[in-house]
Design a protein around this ligand. Structure first.
Ligand SMILES: *[C@@H]1O[C@H](CO)[C@@H](O)[C@H](O)[C@H]1NC(C)=O
Ligand SMILES: *[C@@H]1O[C@H](CO)[C@@H](O)[C@H](O)[C@H]1NC(C)=O
Ligand SMILES: *[C@@H]1O[C@H](CO)[C@@H](O)[C@H](O)[C@H]1NC(C)=O
Ligand SMILES: *[C@@H]1O[C@H](CO)[C@@H](O)[C@H](O)[C@H]1NC(C)=O
Ligand SMILES: *[C@@H]1O[C@H](CO)[C@@H](O)[C@H](O)[C@H]1NC(C)=O
Ligand SMILES: *[C@@H]1O[C@H](CO)[C@@H](O)[C@H](O)[C@H]1NC(C)=O
Ligand SMILES: *[C@@H]1O[C@H](CO)[C@@H](O)[C@H](O)[C@H]1NC(C)=O
Ligand SMILES: *[C@@H]1O[C@H](CO)[C@@H](O)[C@H](O)[C@H]1NC(C)=O
Ligand SMILES: *[C@@H]1O[C@H](CO)[C@@H](O)[C@H](O)[C@H]1NC(C)=O
Ligand SMILES: *[C@@H]1O[C@H](CO)[C@@H](O)[C@H](O)[C@H]1NC(C)=O
Ligand SMILES: *[C@@H]1O[C@H](CO)[C@@H](O)[C@H](O)[C@H]1NC(C)=O
Ligand SMILES: *[C@@H]1O[C@H](CO)[C@@H](O)[C@H](O)[C@H]1NC(C)=O
Length: 591
C-alpha cells in the first residue's frame, strides 16, 4: 500500500502539483506516504495508522486572526494524524488543512491562540494559500486551555504540558507540517515559506517560536505578546492591591472619567486633535492627573458582562477572566483618592524600598483591571481580584488548584515582587518567553514584525518596548545606536499602534489599526520588500477610512498642523520614558 501511494506521489510530482485535483491528493494513502519517515525528524515518530483525510468543499472558514471572510469559501483537505515522542509512548493528535492545489502558494502557516489557549483551528492559512495546522499539545489543547491543565493536583506541576504550551508543541507542529506539506503536494525540495501569526498569548507563542525554533520560520507576526509571563500575569493583581492597601475602592465611573479626561487632555500633544493619544510618552511627561480632581462624572446603572482582558478567546460565556457585574448609577466628582489610585497604577509596581519591579499600562489606557466590584447589600465598592492574575498566582505560583486568590490579606507590594520572582525563576526556560538572543532566527534570514497597541489595558505596550531593547543590546552590543537600529530593522521591526487597545482598536480612542500585516510580511519574506512604515486604517470617528503609515520604533509620530500628516521623529526624552530597569530583583538583567 505504501508502495503504490509513493508511486501516486511521484506521478503527481511529475505532473506538477497544480494539475492534481483536491480529490486526487486528499487520500489517506497519499497522506501516509507523505509523512516524514521515522528517524528523519529526531525524536518525533509519526503514526501512519492514525491518519484521516477528507476533502472539504466550499467551506466558509479560514478567516483567522480577526479577518472577515465575507463570502469567501475554501476547499481543502482536512487531515488528522498523531505522533509520538520516541520511546515515550505518548500520542499527540494534530490537525492540518491543505488548500486545494490551485489555491496553494507554497506556504505553511500557524495561527496563535489567546488567553491560556493554543489555537484549535487548522484553517487559518487558507486565506493566504497556505497549509496550516493545530496541535492538541499532549494535554488535549483542542478542548482545554492550559490553565485547567497546569496542575495534576495541588503541588504537582504538569511539566510536559508546561513546555508544550510554552513552545514545544507549536514547534513540533511546524517541524512535522513543513515536510508533510512538501510531500503532500509532491514538491520535492521546493521551498515552503513558513509563517506564524498571533496576538496576546498568540503573540507570546510567536515569540516563543522565534526564540526556540528560529530556523523553522521565514516570517513571524507577533502582536502584544503576553511574554515576561510572571511579571505580566501578576501585574493584573497590582491595581487591586493598590486599592486594598489604601483601603479605597474608586467607583469604576470615576476611573473611566480619569481615562476620558486624560485622553482629552493629551490628545493634542501629538500635534493633532483627533481623539487619539498618539504620544503617551508626551502625556506621561507633561500631564498631571491631579488636574482632573474636581471634575464631575456620571454613569447610568447597568448590567454588564465582560470577557475579561482579551484573555478569553475560547470562553464566550464565562471562563477565566470573564465577569458579569451590575453597577448602580454613579454620580460624583473626582477626588484626590481616585487620582492617587490611577497614578499608582500607571506608575507600576515598586517594592517597599521604592525599587521598580515592573512597568505598567501607558497613561490614558483603560483602567479595567482596577475596577472594584459592587456589593449591593452594603451599597459599597469592594475588592475585585481579576482572575487573569489571581488564578496565575494560585496555580502557577502557589500550586493550589484554586480559581482565584481568596483575598489580599497580608499581601504587600513585596509579596507581589516575590510571586513574580518565583514565577520568573520557576518558568525561566518555559513560560517567561523573553530570550533575547535571536541569532538562529536572524541568521536563517527570517523576518519578525512585532506590534503593540499603545493604549493596551491588558498587556502594557512598554513590555514590548523592553523586549525590543533587550534584543537590540544582546544582538548588537558593539554597534552604535544608529548602527544597531539599522542592522536590527533589516529583520526585526517593531511598531506601536497609536491609541489601540489589546489586539484591537479602542472604543475610547478612534485610532488606526493594521489590517494587512500578513501582506506586509509575505512581501518582505518572499519579495524582499522591507517595510519602513506599517499600514494601518482608522475605522471610526472623524478620520474613519484614513490610512496611516505608522512610525517604526523608536521613532515617534508628530503631526505637523491639523491636516498635513505626521513625521516620525527621534525624541530622546520620549524614549527614556519607555526605558526601565527592574532593580527590585537580585537577578539582573531582566530581559
Ligand atoms: C520531484 O523529484 C522527482 C524525482 O527526482 C522528479 O522526477 C520530479 O520532477 C520532481 N518534481 C518536482 C515538482 O519538482
Ligand atoms: C514510527 O515509530 C512509531 C513508534 O515510535 C511506530 O508506532 C510507527 O509505526 C512507526 N512508523 C513507521 C512508518 O514505521
Ligand atoms: C463549490 O463551489 C463551486 C463554485 O461555486 C461549485 O462549482 C462547486 O460545485 C462547489 N462544490 C461543491 C462540492 O459543492
Ligand atoms: C476533519 O476530520 C476530523 C477527523 O475525521 C473530523 O472529526 C472533523 O469533523 C473534520 N472536519 C471537517 C470540517 O470536516
Ligand atoms: C468615557 O468616554 C466614552 C466614549 O468615549 C463614553 O462612552 C463614556 O460614557 C465616558 N465615561 C465617562 C465616565 O465619562
Ligand atoms: C501634580 O500636581 C500635584 C498638585 O499640584 C503636585 O503635588 C504633584 O507633585 C504633581 N505631580 C507631578 C509629577 O508633577
Ligand atoms: C439589571 O438586571 C436586573 C435583574 O435582571 C434588573 O432588575 C435591572 O432592571 C437591570 N438593570 C438595568 C439597568 O438594566
Ligand atoms: C448628579 O448629582 C447632582 C447633585 O446631587 C445632581 O444635581 C445632578 O442632577 C445629578 N446628575 C445626574 C445626571 O443625575
Ligand atoms: C444583589 O446581587 C446578587 C448577586 O448578583 C443578586 O442575586 C441579588 O438579587 C441582588 N440584590 C439586589 C437587592 O439587587
Ligand atoms: C487543594 O488546596 C486547596 C487550598 O488549600 C484546597 O482548598 C483544596 O481542597 C485542595 N484540593 C485537594 C484535592 O486536596
Ligand atoms: C496575617 O498575618 C498575621 C500576622 O502574621 C497572621 O496572624 C494571620 O493569620 C495572617 N492572615 C492570613 C489570612 O494569612
Ligand atoms: C498600504 O496602504 C496603501 C493605501 O491603502 C495600499 O495601496 C498598499 O497596498 C498597502 N500596503 C500593504 C502592504 O498592504
Amino acid at each position: 500500500m505504501r508502495h503504490s501511494s509513493r508511486a501516486v506521489v511521484a506521478a503527481l510530482a511529475t505532473a506538477t502539483a497544480k494539475a492534481a485535483s483536491l480529490a486526487d491528493l486528499c487520500t489517506v494513502s497519499n497522506v501516509q506516504a507523505a509523512l516524514p519517515a521515522n528517524g528523519t525528524l529526531l525524536g518525533l515518530d509519526l503514526l501512519p495508522d492514525t491518519v484521516t483525510a477528507g476533502a472539504v468543499y466550499n467551506a466558509s472558514t479560514g478567516g483567522g486572526m480577526g479577518r472577515t471572510t465575507s463570502g469567501t469559501t475554501y476547499s481543502y483537505c482536512n487531515v488528522t494524524v498523531s505522533y509520538t515522542h520516541t520511546g515515550k509512548g505518548d500520542v499527540i493528535p494534530l490537525k492540518y488543512a491543505f488548500p486545494q492545489p490551485s489555491d496553494f502558494h507554497n506556504r505553511f502557516y500557524i495561527a496563535g491562540g489567546g488567553g491560556y489557549s493554543l489555537s484549535s483551528d487548522a484553517t487559518g492559512g487558507l486565506a493566504y494559500g497556505a497549509a496550516s495546522g493545530a496541535t492538541s499539545a499532549g494535554y488535549d489543547a483542542f478542548n482545554y486551555d492550559f490553565m485547567s491543565k497546569v496542575l495534576y493536583g495541588n503541588g504537582s506541576i504538569n511539566w510536559d504540558g508546561t513546555y508544550a504550551f510554552a513552545y514545544t508543541a507549536l514547534g513540533e507542529l511546524t517541524k512535522i507540517g513543513k515536510p508533510l506539506t512538501q510531500s503532500f503536494y509532491g514538491l520535492n525540495s521546493t521551498k515552503v515559506y513558513t509563517y506564524f501569526e498571533g496576538c496576546s498569548d498568540g503573540g507570546r507563542e510567536g515569540m516563543s517560536q522565534v526564540q526556540r525554533w528560529g530556523d523553522e520560520y521565514d516570517g513571524v507576526v507577533a502582536g502584544a505578546p503576553a511574554f515576561r509571563f510572571a511579571h505580566q500575569q501578576v501585574l493584573h493583581v497590582y491595581p487591586a492591591l493598590v486599592e486594598a492597601l489604601s483601603d479605597y475602592y474608586p467607583p469604576p465611573c470615576a476611573l473611566d472619567k480619569i481615562v476620558n479626561a486624560t485622553i482629552a487632555a493629551c490628545d493634542p500633544l501629538d500635534g493633532r486633535t483627533d481623539g487619539v493619544i498618539s504620544r503617551t510618552d508626551l502625556c506621561m511627561l507633561n500631564f498631571n492627573l491631579s488636574s482632573i480632581i474636581g471634575d464631575s462624572y456620571y454613569c447610568a446603572a447597568q448590567n454588564s458582562s465582560s470577557l475579561g482582558f482579551g484573555f478569553s478567546k475560547r470562553q464566550t460565556g464565562g471562563g477565566p477572566g470573564s465577569q458579569s457585574s451590575s453597577a448602580p448609577e454613579q454620580n460624583g466628582t473626582i477626588t484626590a483618592q481616585d487620582v492617587a489610585v490611577a497614578q499608582a497604577v500607571y506608575d507600576g509596581l515598586k517594592d517597599s524600598n521604592g525599587k521598580q519591579a515592573y512597568l505598567s499600562w501607558q497613561i490614558g489606557s483603560d483602567l479595567g483591571d482596577a475596577d472594584p466590584t459592587y456589593n449591593n447589600e452594603t451599597a459599597a465598592w469592594e475588592l475585585n481580584i481579576p482572575s487573569t492574575g489571581g488564578e496565575y498566582i494560585t496555580k502557577f505560583i502557589q500550586l493550589l488548584d484554586l480559581d482565584n486568590l481568596p483575598g489580599l490579606n497580608n499581601v504587600t507590594y513585596d509579596t507581589l515582587v516575590e510571586w513574580i520572582n518565583i514565577g520568573m525563576i520557576r518558568y525561566a526556560d518555559s513560560m517567561q518567553t523573553t530570550l533575547p538572543d535571536l541569532t538562529t532566527f536572524q541568521t536563517s534570514g527570517a523576518k519578525l514584525l512585532h506590534y503593540h497597541g499603545e493604549s493596551d489595558p491588558s498587556i502594557p505596550a512598554a513590555s514590548s518596548v523592553h523586549y525590543w531593547q533587550s534584543v537590540r543590546s544582546i544582538m548588537y552590543p558593539d554597534l552604535s545606536d544608529d548602527e544597531a537600529l539599522e542592522a536590527l530593522s533589516d529583520w526585526y521591526q517593531f511598531y506601536l499602534i497609536p491609541g489601540a487597545a489589546h489586539c484591537g482598536s479602542n472604543s475610547l480612542q478612534p485610532g488606526p489599526y493594521p489590517q494587512d500585516n500578513m501582506v506586509t510580511i509575505i512581501d518582505w519574506v518572499e519579495n524582499g520588500v522591507k517595510p519602513s512604515r506599517l499600514n494601518a486604517t482608522v475605522s471610526s470617528g472623524d478620520y474613519s477610512g484614513e490610512v496611516q503609515q505608522l512610525c517604526q520604533w523608536p521613532t515617534r509620530p508628530l503631526w505637523s498642523g491639523n491636516s498635513s500628516g505626521f513625521d516620525c521623529v527621534d525624541d530622546e526624552a520620549s524614549i527614556d520614558s519607555w526605558t526601565y530597569t527592574f532593580n527590585a530583583f537580585k537577578l539582573q538583567p531582566i530581559y
